[in-house]
Design a binder for this molecule. Structure first.
Ligand code: NAD
Ligand code: USQ
Length: 390
């Protein structure tokens, strides 16, 4: 298959691009490197020393003999360039990861809120619009988030894969009709809100233009490297640890490695879904190699392998490393405790063999963090972005 990976320089996009290339697919990366610009804006850098994209691609060519061309097209603003690329390349599939993905970054200021909405919603809409205008039947695969369902409670219900079976009263009030609707959304940040808006865009373009779309509702990703990024130091994946882009489990593993207390927000009763980066990469190839038929509704798959409470993750890392646990005022506006029962069968039925949190793997990530501990700027660990001003 020929596959365009939009966001191919990012934390998920880089190992996904290498994996697809290693599987024999023809991969083309689209990325403006705006994520690297956000690092400069925040005065932080990946804990791991990631190479410039040109160097990464040259290293991959040397290691694998395979070329991955790269185009710096801004999905949100360079519509004509995007369209021209699609028409020229005629991809079988487009993987869409080119969005601002950090909830704290999206809540930093009105400018960050507006940037996140402008970037994410326009990027998604431009891509869908351009696929239709190009006349090519490309399968669009997007990584969305488990956060679209919300983390309100659980309340004894099970989160389905995208669609909820409901009964609605008939107009005459005499009977009830069964329907399947998109699961209601309940975003917890401006970033998560953009993913909810994406869902509506997919729904519309699928209904109106019969676009083939797979939306992968992914949990929090942990880990660093994959089989391909381990092949050469120059292929190393990024490791975000700062208060904006660092995600909870990788932050805890890094904090343990540099001797910083584990930063639990509030009581740590928040339950979230998790997936290892190696499984992310595998899920993408499974989704691409099992596309929906034309005319099929948007395929929504929950891309997660387990759920954990934040405090349980902290206790696990503390037991392994002796790190202290620190309970901090929660800068976010979120439930202090929630359940998260969710169905995630589809990717397993397609062949995913889940990687579960286990000591060996956690230690491997700590090993990466220890190796680059000297690059950690501890002043960038606190989460300074607050959800409300009061
Ligand atoms: P990332 O920020 O590391 O990568 C995103 C890439 O897209 C970056 O390289 C960035 O430069 C590029 N990009 C952003 N806007 C662009 C634009 N307008 N035009 C061209 N390039 C642009 O993020 P990630 O962690 O790799 O996440 C990838 C996707 O997966 C995101 O959509 C995110 O919402 C989703 N996701 C991530 C996680 C996670 O834990 N990392 C979990 C669930 C879902
Ligand atoms: N948390 C802490 N301490 C920390 C950092 C976070 O207790 O040091 C808590 C947060 O308050 C939150 C939970 O951990 O309750 C998860 O936070 P996170 O930063 O790990 O993840 P989140 O902001 O939800 O976002 C990440 C990715 C995003 C993706 C999402 C998947 O950045 O792109 O969409 O995970 S999900 O969480 O399923 O919505």
């Amino acid at each position: 298959m020929k596959i365009i990976v939009c966001g191919g320089d990012g934390f998920c996009g880089w190992p996904i691009s290498l994996h697809l290339s290693a599987r024999g697919h023809e991969v083309v990366i689209v990325d403006t490197l705006v994520r690297r610009a956000a690092d400069r804006e925040l005065g932080v850098d990946s804990l791991t020393p990631i190479r410039a994209l040109d160097e990464r691609l040259a290293a991959w060519r040397a290691v694998s003999g395979r070329s991955i061309p790269w185009h710096a097209i801004d999905l949100a603003h360079a519509y004509d360039d995007l369209l021209a690329l699609l028409v020229r390349e005629r991809p079988d599939a487009v993987v869409h990861l080119a969005e601002q993905r950090a909830a704290p970054y999206s809540m930093k200021s009105p400018r960050h809120k507006r940037y996140t909405v402008d970037n994410n919603v326009n990027a998604t809409h431009n891509l869908l619009c351009a696929v239709v205008e190009s006349g090519i039947d490309s399968h669009v695969v997007h990584i969305g988030t488990m956060g679209v369902y919300g983390y309100g409670s659980g309340g004894g219900t099970m989160i389905p894969e995208g669609y909820l079976a409901v009964e609605v009263p008939t107009a005459d009030g005499q009977g009830r009709i069964e329907r399947e609707i998109l699961h209601p959304t309940d975003p917890g940040s401006i970033y998560h809100m953009t993913k909810c808006l994406d869902q509506q865009l997919f729904y519309y373009y699928n209904k109106n233009d019969k676009l083939r779309v797979t939306d992968l509702h992914q949990g929090v990703v942990w880990g660093t490297n994959t089989a391909e990024t381990r092949l050469d130091d120059r292929l190393i994946n990024r490791f975000d640890y700062d208060g904006d882009y660092g995600t909870v489990l990788n932050r805890f593993l890094m904090q343990a490695a540099v001797g910083h207390p584990l930063t639990v927000h509030g009581s740590g009763g928040q339950t979230r879904a998790f997936i290892h980066i190696q499984d992310t990469v595998r899920c993408l190839s499974l989704a691409l190699e099992n596309p929906p038929q034309r005319g099929e509704r948007v395929r929504i798959l929950n891309q997660m392998t387990e759920t954990h409470r934040v405090i349980d993750l902290a206790r696990m890392v503390s037991a392994m490393t002796g790190a202290d646990i620190q309970h901090l005022d929660n800068p976010r506006n979120e439930a202090s405790r929630n359940e998260l029962p969710a169905v995630a069968r589809s990717l397993i039925s397609l062949g995913l063999e889940p990687t579960h949190l286990q000591e060996g793997l956690l230690e491997e990530v700590i090993g990466v963090a220890r190796a680059y501990a000297h690059r950690c700027d501890k002043s960038r660990i606190p989460c300074t972005s607050k959800w409300t001003t009061s």
